[in-house]
Design a protein around this ligand. Structure first.
Ligand code: ADP
Ligand code: 5GP
Length: 196
């Protein structure tokens, strides 16, 4: 049975809020599900990650990500500021510990959208975290979604599809797997997991 109450680890103390981690292959629909969840679920907040990736057209610093340099990322690692971080698709991505802890201590539920390596680091540090894997009906459908999104170069798309196969092999480590086939059904499933 999952422990619901605070654990009193001095470094990673958790308050009244609950931490939810969303992972899955690029293109599976994590961002889409996350936006719907944040709109529909009261008291759920999103922790904005840091990345060394360059902003895509339309992305704004501090909205989708905090876009930081490799040098700053390395400094923040050395200072122990990250709850988790990982090298994903040729860039660094990480979650700031202080952001998450502040929200949990304020009693908010926090949603992270991070890769599999990061999710497993979170589980080590905060065993109460609920890990949700967003799956796709097929690799062909994943490729179609990524192509239709028009955000990646052909090379980036290939990297993301190759990583997808590795990520899919780790879905057994998650508490829940939500197959994002019909979007409304997947949203409802995620909403029920968060509400339960
Ligand atoms: P991720 O954040 O996992 O990379 P996105 O949320 O950006 O994925 O979704 C990838 C693309 O697939 C987007 O263009 C999105 O509109 C589309 N998409 C998301 N969910 C579905 C779904 N259930 N059926 C069809 N297309 C979807
Ligand atoms: P994108 O570049 O498409 O926005 O994200 C690429 C991948 O990085 C996605 O799988 C996403 O979940 C992951 N990611 C985003 N933020 C973080 C983070 O803070 N930590 C980790 N480990 N992965 C992240």
């Amino acid at each position: 049975m999952r422990r619901e109450n605070a654990r009193t680890d001095s470094e990673h103390r958790v308050g009244r809020g609950k931490l939810f981690v969303l992972s899955g292959p690029s293109g599976a629909g994590k961002g889409t599900l996350r936006e719907r969840a944040l709109k529909d679920i009261h008291g759920l907040v999103y922790s904005i990650s840091c990345t060394t990736r360059r902003p895509r057209p339309g992305e704004t610093d501090g909205v989708e990500y905090r876009f930081i340099s490799h040098e700053t990322f390395r400094e923040w690692i050395a200072q122990g500021l990250f709850l988790e971080y990982a090298y994903v698709h040729s860039d660094m991505y990480g979650t700031l510990k202080a952001d998450v802890m502040r929200e949990l201590e304020a009693g908010n539920n926090v949603l992270l959208e991070i890769d599999v390596q990061g999710a497993l680091q979170v589980r080590e540090k905060i065993p109460e975290a609920v890990l949700v894997f967003v799956d796709v009906p097929s690799i062909q459908e994943l490729e179609r979604r990524l192509r239709d999104r028009h955000t990646e170069t052909e090379e980036a798309l290939r990297t993301r599809l190759a990583n997808a196969v590795k990520e899919l092999g780790l879905k057994g480590k998650y508490d829940y797997v939500v197959v994002n086939d019909d979007l409304d059904s997947a949203c409802e499933e995620l909403r029920r997991i968060i509400a339960s």
